[in-house]
Ligand binder design. Structure first.
Ligand code: 5GP
Ligand code: ZN
Length: 132
């Protein structure tokens, strides 16, 4: 499969590796948009959270937690933003499941939260449609 993150996971394309275990990999994002931007991926190909099995998801989130704890314990960071786009409609550009990790320091001035336009529907209307 012609997937850039599969190639990175297989070592066929180089990356700046931050952490690796049997099933997951964390490496630096090349975007250069914010200091410390990393991506956590499962080594197996899944498109996103919609087709990922629960065991893989569990392993990926444990890796995200492990790296986040390392950032806080040893690298001088106070928190993290975790971002994920699942599906083209959500802005996903690389179709291999990944969680963006952005390390944060108090007062760093990074704006990692989108500025939304404001809800178009009454809260109750959406809630009744999506509740399980
Ligand atoms: P998405 O828009 O799918 O949530 O994020 C994809 C991310 O992958 C982007 O932040 C982009 O910079 C990153 N990316 C795309 N190609 C490569 C690559 O070849 N190497 C690395 N390290 N990151 C990549
Ligand atoms: Zn892939």
């Amino acid at each position: 499969m012609d997937c850039i993150f599969c190639k990175i996971a297989a070592g066929e394309v180089p990356c700046k590796k931050v952490y690796e275990d049997a099933h997951t990999l964390v490496f630096m994002d090349i975007a250069g948009d914010v200091d410390g931007h990393m991506l956590a991926i499962p080594k197996r190909h899944f498109m996103n959270i919609l087709d990922c099995d629960e065991e893989t998801l569990h392993g990926l989130m444990c890796t995200v937690k492990h790296v986040s704890e390392h950032l806080a314990a040893h690298c001088g960071y106070d928190g993290v933003n975790l971002l994920n786009a699942s599906g083209e409609s959500a802005g996903q550009s690389v179709p291999h499941f990944h969680v963006h990790i952005i390390p944060r320091k108090t007062g760093d001035g990074i704006d990692a939260w989108p500025v939304f336009d404001g809800a178009k529907l009454p809260l109750d209307e959406t809630w009744k449609k999506i509740r399980i």
